[in-house]
Design a protein around this ligand. Sequence first.
Ligand SMILES: [Zn+2]
Length: 317
Amino acid sequence: MLHNTEQYVVGIDLGGTKIAAALFNSKGEILGRERMETANARTAKEVVQRMIEMIRSVARGLPLSGVGLASPGAVNSKDGIVLHGTNLPEWEQVPLKKWMGEALGVDVQVVNDANAAAWGEYVRGAGKGSENMVYVTFSTGIGAGIVLDGKLLLGSTSFAGELGHNIIQPDGPACSCGNRGCWEVFASGTAIRDAALAFMQSKSSAIAELAAAYGEPVSAKHVFEAYKQADEVAVQVVDRAVHYMALGLANAVHTFNPDRIVVGGGVSKAGDQLFPALREQTDKLVMKPYRGTFEIVPAGLQDDVGLIGAAALFHQS
Ligand SMILES: [Zn+2]
């Protein structure tokens, strides 16, 4: 009889409202899933206890070679501590690696969710085969993660890759981080929505009708839909957003010299409309030697990207 040499890993995506866990084999295939709402769990200890139960349940007694965890907020990956969890108010200095490692008897790795997503795209998604990859997700804010020479760039305190807070206009609008004119104030999904709302004060637009038809507040999604219909406001807003997105990507090209830029998040779902313009504008903004040295592609993984990336911390091939 053959020995079972399969390496099983559990990936966890810890979110503000839900926790998703999945069991992976070494090919990165998902063998089982668990999901839990975080609304009723009050303290970090309670949430951790429930995550431990989820891991035991999803692993079904199989021997685990590790647990990879993607967490929002500031994470010390070296020691596996969540320093401060965005959307998780009680999460300050939570030693996840220690608590979970002791309870489960396995190695636990913790990374920031944007870094997990970047690693997921690199190992299993649209970054596959690249050597130097920049991952950027345009959603409520801008998240980013960098892979250089096949390694996830964490930096000395695991805060590397906060491209969304690169200051691109010092006298620009205030950002949630306390500075002014950060990239995400101009190019995130929130920025797109806000620009649309501002334009719509003086001009009627299909954006409002689309949002009303869905029974939803105006968001970047409606802006991109209206853009497809050549709505005047939407065209202005998207052109402006693409300009700013390209500006930040050009900065990333100059900083990291990637061969591939993977773009994720709600905004990237605009697909065909967005990418040709984004490529063209980024190419214009980078210095000559960089032109033609990188490609800009949409993300390949969907909602599971955090889980997949966290689990892939243990499966690097
Ligand atoms: Zn900022």
